[in-house]
Design a protein around this ligand. Structure first.
Ligand code: ADP
Length: 323
């Protein structure tokens, strides 16, 4: 393999706060090592259409603290086909891109794996607010999303307590309950409903509310992951069965935005730095991940085969602490 002269960087799939900090780290680590960096806009779409521009260290100033992604992100159907991957590899070759850093989720890593097989060295960085990638303890964006949800829920709780209300808050998580579980514990929820666990409305929602009322509680908080159901009908059911006034709130896309927290800036910086060092070392088809609180790398194919499970002990603890 020849000397690494030019690398590309793109963000793909759902955006997450901290992606910019990762892009900045990639650009500056590369520049420091005398490597040219090309930014690819809108995920794999930009690689297929050639929406590619040169980036430099000063160009990423003032991005560390910004949410979203300055490279924009998108989903790209064409890239899922063999022709799409071949086209992307050809465009990378035309632009002289020998290595590519892909910041995204599982889907984006499947694309990176295919691109690596097509001859472009690829390194993935996990960025998704859902924190649902099995081979890493942490994904960029999770902490910011949690803090955004927590601040919103604290505000709702103030008014709920004043009126002795019940609140159902729908948080993000179509297939994963990590946001719901972590924010639920952090906000003292009476009930946390997540996709990984089947739930019984009477046992898991009504009972903790009624028992909480009998023990003298003045508000009742239900955190619902969006993948399980909708907040509005659940709030109506709670009100119907308990007689307690119940309001529904859907937090929605507010959870995706905002300035990244220290944790997200720090992890993104460490991962971006590590990704370029891996490319310099001649590696491909690797993911930069966090394991045992350390930044390490794993094979993409092996990483994608891993299964993530929810921590049963956290679920048990959440019930005890809302007693
Ligand atoms: P995420 O990366 O957040 O999981 P997606 O699943 O939407 O988001 O994937 C982002 C993009 O990655 C897709 O639009 C597509 O271009 C590419 N991709 C997803 N799955 C595959 C796959 N199985 N093979 C090749 N490319 C894929």
């Amino acid at each position: 393999m020849g000397e690494l002269k030019t690398i590309g960087v793109l963000t793909s799939g759902g955006d997450a706060p901290g992606m910019n900090a990762a892009i900045r780290a990639v650009v500056r680590t590369a520049a420091y090592n005398g490597i040219r960096v090309m930014g690819v806009r809108k995920g794999y779409n930009g690689l297929i259409t050639g929406d590619i521009f040169e980036m430099n260290p000063r160009g990423v100033s003032e991005t560390l603290q910004r949410g979203g992604t300055v490279l924009q992100t998108a989903r790209c159907q064409e890239f899922r086909t063999a022709e799409g991957v071949a086209r992307a590899a050809e465009i990378a070759r035309i632009f002289g891109i020998d290595g590519l850093v892909v910041i995204g989720g599982d889907g984006s890593f499947r694309g990176a794996r295919d691109l690596s097989a097509a001859g472009v060295s690829t390194i993935g960085i996990p960025g998704t607010i859902d924190n649902d990638i099995a081979c890493t303890e942490y994904c960029i964006g999770f902490d910011t999303a949690l803090n955004t949800a927590m601040e919103a829920i604290d505000k709702i709780r103030d008014t709920a307590t004043s009126h002795e209300r019940s609140s159902v808050i729908e948080v993000m998580g179509r297939d994963a309950g990590y946001i719901a579980l972590h924010v639920g514990i952090s906000c003292g929820a009476e009930a946390i409903i997540i996709p990984e666990k089947t739930f019984n409305f009477d046992e898991d929602v009504l009972r903790p509310i009624i028992e909480g009322k009998n023990r003298g509680k003045s508000h009742y908080l239900v955190i619902l992951a969006e993948g399980v159901g909708s907040a509005i009908p659940m709030a109506q059911e709670i009100e119907k069965h308990t007689g307690i006034s119940t309001k529904a709130t859907v937090l929605g896309h507010i959870q995706r935005g905002g300035s990244p927290t220290v944790q997200d800036r720090l992890v993104a910086s460490r991962m971006g730095f590590a990704a370029v060092e891996l490319l310099i070392a001649g590696k491909t088809n690797r993911l930069v991940v966090m394991q045992n609180n350390k930044i390490v790398d794993v094979d993409i194919t092996e990483g994608l085969e891993m299964q993530k499970s929810i921590d049963e002990n956290l679920i048990r603890m959440s019930k005890v602490l809302s007693w």
